[in-house]
Design a protein around this ligand. Structure first.
Ligand SMILES: [Zn+2]
Length: 68
């Protein structure tokens, strides 16, 4: 399925079985677990005010995709 690339913000591809995330625009190629961590890390940097949310997302397991 199509998702927003966390790196270049263009269209990336999420494997149907959630096993990989790939983006042909910036050569992003990572597992879904890495992708979730990437997103959590990125969010943490841009939402300092949301301290509680940040701590919630640390060490999170796949399942936060509903946010999209
Ligand atoms: Zn990309």
């Amino acid at each position: 399925m199509k998702i927003k690339c966390p790196k270049c913000e263009k269209i990336a591809e999420l494997g149907d079985d959630f096993s990989y995330v790939k983006c042909s625009h910036c050569s992003l190629d990572m597992s879904y677990g890495e992708y979730v961590k990437f997103i959590a890390y990125k969010d943490a940097r841009y939402s300092d005010v949301l301290g509680d949310y940040v701590s919630d997302t640390k060490g999170t397991t796949p399942g936060t995709l509903d946010d999209w």
